[in-house]
Structures are given as C-alpha cells and as structure tokens.
Write a protein that binds this ligand. Sequence first.
Ligand code: ASP
Length: 439
Amino acid sequence: MTLKVCKFGGTSMADGNTMQAVKKIIDSDAKRKYVVVSAPGKRFNGDVKVTDLLYACYGELKEKGDCSQSFAKVRARFESIVKELNLSMDIKAVLDETQRRLNEEQSEDFTASRGEYLSARIMAELLGVKFIDGEDVVFFKEDGRLDGEKTYRAISQAVADGANAVFPGFYGRGADGKVKTFSRGGSDISGAVVARAVNASVYENWTDVSGFLACDPRIVDNPRRIKNLSYKELRELSYMGANVLHSESIFPVRKANIPIVIKNTFRPDDEGTSILPISQYTPDGTVVTGIAGKKNFTVILIEKNHMNNEIGFVRKVLSVLEREGVSVEHIPSGIDTMSVVVDSEEIQGYKLEQIIEGIKNEADPDVIRVMENVALIATVGHGMSSSIGTSARLFDAMARANVNAKMIDQGSSELNIIVGVKNEDCEKCISAIYHEFFG
Ligand code: ASP
C-alpha cells in the first residue's frame, strides 16, 4: 500500500491556525498515516522559536538550577495553542510534568527536545491518533551517530498495529540512556528515519516555501523553482547553504530509494520540489540545477617544489589537521601546490597557528600562506557533465561581474564546480552565475 510520511516544520506548527492547516492536509489524503513534527517556529518577524526559548531555559537551569522564569514563555506558547485549538487535553499537567523533568535532568539536549515533544503531543490530540515518543524508538550509538538498525526495528514494531501516529522530530535516546538531539534543524532527519522505517513510498517535507529555488531569493528576485533534484544535487546544495532541508536527511531515505517532496503548508496545491534517486530523476532541461554559497572559509595554501614526487606529503599535511580535530572541506591541488579549505569557525583562535606550525614542522613546505574570509560558491547540476563549455560560461560571467576566483574545484563526478571568492563578492558572484545560466 502507498504510504506517506509527512514532516511539518516549525512555521507549520507555529500556532493554532497553522496546526489546523496541517490537520486539513493530513485529513485530505488517507495515505498520510505518519506525521513527524518540529517545535513551534516563529509566528511573525521578530518572534522567537520555541526551541530557542528552550535553549534559554537551559541557560537559566545552568545558572540557577531552575528555569521557571524562562519556562514561563514556553508554557504560554503551548497553553495558547491548546486554547486556540479548543482541545480538552490537560496541557497544564503536561507542562508541569515537563518542567519537573527539566529541573531533574539538567540536560541541554533534554531541554531542547521538549518543543518537539509538546507539539507532537498536541498534534496527536488534534488528529485523534497515537503519539509515539522519540525516546522509545530512535536510538543513537556510542559515537553519537544514529543506530539505524535498532531504530528502524523499534519504529516498525511501534506501528505494527497499523494505527496512524504522530512522532516528535529532533530527538531520540543516546547510548547512555538519556535523551539526545540531532543537530539543529534535525526534525528533517527524524522524518526521513520514520519514512525509511515504515518503508514509505514518499517522504513529504512540509515547509513554508514551495520547494527549492535555483538560488537564494535574497540575492536574485524570483529565482526559478527547481522541479526535480537528485539526492546528490540536494546534498551539494544544502551542504553549501541552501537551507530548505537538513543536509543529512537524505541518508536514511537514499538507501531505500524513497523520494522526498518539499511542499508548502500554506500553498498545498503548489507542486513543490521532488528529490529523487538518480534512477527516477529527470532533469529540468537546464545545464545548471542550482547555485548556493557559504561564507567564512579559510584557505591554507602550501607550495613545495616537486610535491608530486614526495610520497606522503598530502598525508603529512592532513594528519596535522586530523590531530587538531579540524575537518577539511576541499583540497584543490596542482603539481607543486595544494590548498586546504576549512571552515573558519573550526580554527578560531590559537588553532590556526598550531596548524601552520605543525605543517611547517612535519611537511617542510617552501611557502605556506593563509587566505581568510573566503566564500565558496557551488554551481550544481547533472546537466553540466554532458554540456561542453559550462565552466567557460561560468568564469566568463564572473569576469564580467569583476569577481576574481581565488580557488577552483571541480568534483570528479562533474556534478559541481566550486569557486572560492572574497566574502564580499559572494552575492555578486551568485547573481552573475544565475543570470548566465537562467537568463
Ligand atoms: N526545533 C529544532 C530546531 O529548531 C529542530 C527542527 O525544527 O528541526 O533546530
């Protein structure tokens, strides 16, 4: 039977009205049996997301051992939602118990997870279906990664009765038995995990936009909507800053070839964007699918004559970064040069100096230089591999916009071309590339 798992984001859960819109969507299609929800998001510009209120609760807990002052705001949000929805549930008792547990657990992850817990409890009540707690069915391994096998087994057992259900997103249980969250925005991952566990035919991810756009609408007015994306294209674009969907959410569904569809809760008839395995993917007919950019990278440029002949040179350089616990984003290289691109946040403070010293000592380069404030811009599309002259067009567009490429990296799959530019050229560069390929 065709089954849909629907995940609703924070803006869909923001208040009673938006939750009613969610209910209407679910009621309109019997295949929408399993629902995963985020914590209530912002209701208007300047409003605070419940998860952020909860992180503030944890701040108070740490300081005073009690969080009643900050929790009052969380309490007010949920009480007003239940009132707007006219539900008979005893939300006061649920909130009292939650507050008691916050004080008892004194844990950041537990505190942050309560937004999803409470919104899922309310949504289950509104839909009249059962609530399945993330604590009971989502498990992490000792190293912090999802324990897929155990999780999928637990979820399929929990739904074995065939009844519809609501799951809270964002959290599960760690190897130490305590509540643990995914990274921020992680309810998208929870949705994908449930979709995989119940073997859904589609994972619908309901947001407040009608799908992925070919680039950031704050940079280009009205960019083209992307109809179809492959899993790989999605991964490249979301990793590079297109933030409609958490970049980790494809892993659970990819193995089972489950398509993801991005839909808009407030315009449910819009087609949205489908994210598909390559076997089901038909490109939109454009060379480039999308462009995304991220600022604040640091490039370490290393030169050494005859680097290509020196066996183990790259390993020596990378082992320094490994020892410092810094992950590497890209390693563009030439015959006598290599560059290591890292996220500037990872090497703040003394770490950069230690890395430079380490590379000097261990790899003995002729020259080592650092370039900071670099933005990386990824131009992504399966169409690029079969069309000659794509990079020429891209660099020509950059030249016309007077943007200098400080670094170039083309993935061997020809799925993307990444250029490094000065932070301040980031928007100008994205706009130039967009207009070159989309007119
Ligand atoms: N509520 C969490 C956050 O704000 C998780 C999510 O919404 O996906 O990050």
